[in-house]
Design a protein around this ligand. Structure first.
Ligand SMILES: Nc1ncnc2c1ncn2[C@@H]1O[C@H](COP(=O)(O)OP(=O)(O)O)[C@@H](O)[C@H]1O
Ligand SMILES: O=C(O)C1=C[C@@H](OP(=O)(O)O)[C@@H](O)[C@H](O)C1
Ligand SMILES: [Mg+2]
Length: 173
């Protein structure tokens, strides 16, 4: 069975939605950020601070390459993973991509008290979110289905994805 891959901007809910989806579908769950932290024995913040963004992006690509021949996973990605087209090819090899989206203001409310996203830790986080959001406007269009999460509970988002999978792929839950 193919992988289900969550993509989207930071704070759109990829990690929480992916984890819950995996539990319901009885698939193994992988969050790429968590996996990179395990492999490197560093937090994402430490990797960015000590080794730089290039190291982080290279860890992401190595991991995606490792995952491309596995199946039956729910994979929640970090928001920057699809910026590298090679990663998209790998993720699509055995996976269907679902994008989550939310307005910048909602994203800000969801992440404002967290210090775990190095790209948002410097300066005004809302301004940074809006800048990155504009830069990445089309980055998540590689997904075959997109869910607006701004006005939905996590469970509603999960149910919308399940409905899509049932209708399109006859997936039984
Ligand atoms: N639909 C939602 N409604 C309310 N809060 C949400 C929703 N989706 C995610 N959150 C919250 O927003 C924060 C970021 O979610 P997370 O899954 O880490 O996003 P991502 O992995 O896309 O960066 C978490 O505190 C999470 O509980
Ligand atoms: O958008 C990005 O470039 C990033 C998103 C983060 O993951 P989430 O999207 O799960 O927050 C994490 O991979 C890192 O801080 C970089
Ligand atoms: Mg996440």
């Amino acid at each position: 069975m193919f992988n289900i891959v969550m993509i989207g901007f930071m704070g759109t809910g990829k990690t929480v939605v992916g984890r819950r989806l995996a539990a319901l579908l009885k698939k193994r769950f992988i969050d790429t950020d968590t996996e990179i932290e395990r492999i490197t024995e560093k937090t994402i913040v430490q990797i960015f601070a000590q080794d730089g963004a290039v190291r982080f992006r290279s860890e992401e690509s190595l991991l995606v390459k490792k995952l491309e021949d596995q199946d039956n996973l729910v994979i929640s990605t970090g928001g920057g993973i699809v910026l590298n087209p090679e990663n998209v090819v790998s993720l699509k090899k055995n996976g269907i991509l679902i994008a989550l989206n939310a307005p910048p203001e909602v994203i800000y409310q969801r992440v404002r008290h967290k210090r775990s996203r190095p790209l948002l830790n410097k300066g005004d986080a809302l301004i940074k979110i809006k800048e990155l959001f504009a830069e990445r406007e089309y980055a998540y269009d590689v997904a075959e289905y997109r869910v607006e999460t701004g006005d939905k509970q996590v469970d509603e988002v999960v149910q919308e994805i399940i409905l899509y999978l049932k209708n399109k792929y006859n997936m039984r839950i």
